[in-house]
Design a protein around this ligand. Structure first.
Ligand SMILES: [Zn+2]
Length: 442
């Protein structure tokens, strides 16, 4: 249909919302705005009220775009669970929109009516909810970033306060959110950074502390925003990555275990064995609220790549965990793993199964369901190294995600030199001591 032709003429990645805005600007028909592209994007109330984007469907609107002001008003103070399981409640129906949002009410209706809310939960998509504003990497006022140092471990309140302060300092590119609450009611806070000036850039997900007794992984993830943002001012490659991908940073998947220093969540369940994988359905998985929360974010955003941070070893590992068969992307994983291990000064990079077999890990779920190029970084030989070592651990962890995302970027561009990934080839890579089945759980 002609609307389809119009839509097809708009280059990706341009989200459904931008297309609708564009059509509005052309006084085109609104009907049909939800007929495609509702495969996973999260609500975009901010851009919905952003007239500055209407005439610029490529998202290259000026830095004073209205969405920026919206997020600025949210930054650091308002909890927005928009991408979480409360999505439906968070996304207003058109009739609920305030009068001053009338210009976007129809868009909201189209988006909601299309099933976008459900789709955001149900299906992996290319959409990203990181409608924050517009400031390209390279023009970010990093001098306003709050200071952070890694000389002692941070507790949950410090983590939340810090992430809020980053969002407050850089409202044009950063937003603080809470994914939901743990068994014992603790928040799972996260930060979105989007310095792409695109509404739907491909997104990268860094998460830590699936295992509560691995606080080095918490610190590793907490270090990412400051490191990436500051590095982008001096390193063109990092600036390019920040200008290409949105970053979702979730340091505390398991805040109860973190508080209790337990591997498992407060119900005694290992969250990183609770995800579905090709041999186990969703219905037989996701017993923990924390894994369900990560699932909701994973599926609402459809991450292009991800890193799950753990500690207790030093290695880079990737799917599959549940089988020794290589994935269809085994060559990518092997090449990216090698480059990342080198960047982190680690000797070991291998398919996770070759470390030891597991079932129900996040990275298998993310790769299987969303084709997310997901890896696990084991960032420290100790799960909780001495505080004096934290800065080094955090530094290496940040170098690691840059290397991983750079490999993803190279892969996207077809310029990554792949490495063989057959089982026979894999054995040539360094291996850890044989797993005895009991005492090595990172
Ligand atoms: Zn772990």
């Amino acid at each position: 249909m002609e609307l389809g032709l119009l839509l097809a003429g708009l280059a990706r990645p341009v989200d459904m919302f931008m297309r609708c805005s564009f059509l509005l600007a052309l006084a085109a028909l609104l009907v049909g705005c939800g007929q495609e592209g509702d495969s996973g994007h999260a609500p975009r109330r901010d851009s919905a009220v952003d007239p500055g984007h209407d005439a610029q469907p490529d998202g290259q609107s000026g830095p004073e775009a209205g969405a920026r002001q919206d997020s600025a008003s949210d930054g650091g103070s308002t909890i927005d669970t928009g991408a979480g399981p409360d999505l439906a409640a968070d996304l207003p129906a058109a009739a609920d929109l305030p009068a001053d949002r009338s210009s976007s009410a129809d868009l909201g209706a189209a988006d909601t009516a299309s099933g976008g809310t459900d789709a955001a939960i149900d299906g992996p998509g290319t959409g990203v909810s990181a409608d924050i504003g517009c400031a390209l990497a390279g023009s970010i006022a990093v001098d306003s970033l709050p200071p952070i140092s890694f000389v002692t471990y941070h507790d949950q309140l410090q983590i939340e306060t810090y992430l809020q302060s980053v969002a407050s300092a850089l409202p044009a590119i950063a937003q603080y959110r809470v994914l939901g609450q743990s068994v014992q009611g603790r928040d799972l806070p996260y930060l979105i950074m989007n310095a792409t000036c695109q509404a739907s850039p491909p997104a990268i997900f860094a998460n830590g502390t699936h295992h509560g007794d691995e606080p080095a992984s918490t610190e590793a993830v907490l270090a990412i925003p400051d490191y990436l943002l500051r590095k982008s001012t001096t390193d063109a490659s990092v600036r390019s990555l920040l200008g290409t991908y949105a970053f979702y940073v979730l340091p505390l998947v398991n805040p109860d275990g973190f508080a209790l220093s337990t591997r498992e969540n407060a119900s005694g369940v290992d969250i990183n064995r609770d995800y579905s994988y090709p041999d186990r359905s969703d219905a037989d998985s996701f017993k923990t609220v924390e894994a369900r929360l990560v699932k909701s974010l994973q599926e609402s955003v459809g991450f292009h790549a991800a890193v799950a941070y753990h500690s207790g070893a030093q290695e880079v590992i990737w799917p599959w965990c549940y089988t020794g068969d290589a994935t269809a992307d085994g060559s990518f994983f092997t090449a990216a793993g090698q480059k990342t291990a080198q960047a982190m000064d680690f000797l070991i990079y291998q398919q996770s199964y070759d470390d030891y077999p597991t079932q129900g890990e996040y990275i298998d779920f993310a790769y299987w369901k969303s084709h997310t190029l997901a890896a696990t970084f084991e960032v420290s030989s100790s799960k909780s190294p001495a505080a004096a070592l934290l800065a080094s651990v955090a530094n290496g962890a940040c170098k690691g995600i840059i290397a991983w995302v750079q490999a993803v970027s190279d892969h996207d561009k077809g310029s990554l030199h792949s490495l063989p990934a057959t089982a026979a080839e894999r054995r040539r890579f360094p291996l850890t001591a044989p797993f005895d089945g009991t005492n090595r759980l990172e």
